[in-house]
Design a protein around this ligand. Sequence first.
Ligand code: NAD
Ligand code: UDP
Ligand code: UDP
Length: 310
Amino acid sequence: MRILVTGGVGFIGSHLCETLLNQGHEVLCLDNYFTGSKRNIVHLLEHPYFELIRHDVTSPYYAEVDQIYNLACPASPIHYQHNPIKTVKTSVIGAINMLGLAKRVGATILQASTSEVYGDPLINPQVESYWGNVNPIGARSCYDEGKRCAETLFVNYHEQNNVDVRIVRIFNTYGPNMSVNDGRVVSNFIIQALKNEPITIFGDGQQTRSFQYVDDLVNGMMLMMNNDGFTGPVNIGNPGEFTMIELAEKIIQLTGSASKLSFLPLPQDDPKQRKPDITLAKEKLGWEPTVPLEAGLIKTISYFDKVLSE
Ligand code: NAD
Ligand code: UDP
Ligand code: UDP
């Protein structure tokens, strides 16, 4: 198949492009390089079935493809808050353009949605039927509401125009190819630990997240894309739930670091807890994560160790 991956040079997109090429597909990797880096895909450039395109999804794009993975969007709070209007445009206009493309060529299109559609959830774990608790005018709303509107568009293009859509709600994911300046918690803590610098805990560190290794996510996204007609939304995440203090302690232990914890103010609207209910993914896709936190962290630490020594 010929497969378009938007946001293809980013953290998740680069892993997805590589896996799709390994399966024998032709990959069109489209990105505007806002947060992604060529470094993540430089080893794919010589591959005869790999094509790299500099393009912004807020402008129309024309190609003949069988499948589209729509990942283009900054994902880290510091990046998506850098230019909130652009973040909304990327999610909403980007979704419209990619859905228009899917409609024209009859491609199946998968949206990389997010656990952020649940906002600061009032139930734990979060099930797909939960509508969420989102502040529409807060610091995170450009991302949360942009992604919620994209889901709406996907459902409407499916119902109104018969576009074959898939929606996955991705929970916190980590692994090699995260950018050093990404700013999300796993990369921040690992880099700080490797440099023996203070580990920056926002708030009291009792908030929880569930961390999924990138290989599990890529596997789940591909199962969802290729399943027969189940459109979702479906949660894809690892239900293991950890406080930020627990995460920091685990990373200090695995790196043998001399770092100490340093407590900083909690950002506005920072969700207190997050943990996926993955019953639906198990039932519909036979999917569940296989990489435990410690095993995934070891691989990620060795990646950042290499990057920092370059
Ligand atoms: P990332 O920032 O590494 O990758 C995003 C990519 O999109 C980058 O390469 C960036 O340059 C590109 N991009 C941004 N705006 C664009 C635009 N207007 N046009 C074209 N390209 C553009 O982030 P990631 O972690 O790889 O996230 C990928 C997708 O998965 C995002 O849509 C994100 O919202 C979603 N997601 C990620 C997580 C996570 O924990 N990593 C969780 C939930 C959802
Ligand atoms: N679009 C695109 N590539 C295509 C087809 C459409 O980028 O191959 C864009 C197009 O510019 C349009 C959007 O997708 O703005 C939505 O397309 P749709 O057909 O739904 O709407 P319309 O063209 O009627 O606005
Ligand atoms: N966080 C932290 N220190 C950091 C970066 C993040 O304590 O250096 C916290 C952040 O406040 C949040 C959690 O870690 O409670 C996860 O943050 P991240 O930005 O990785 O993802 P998100 O909040 O989008 O889940």
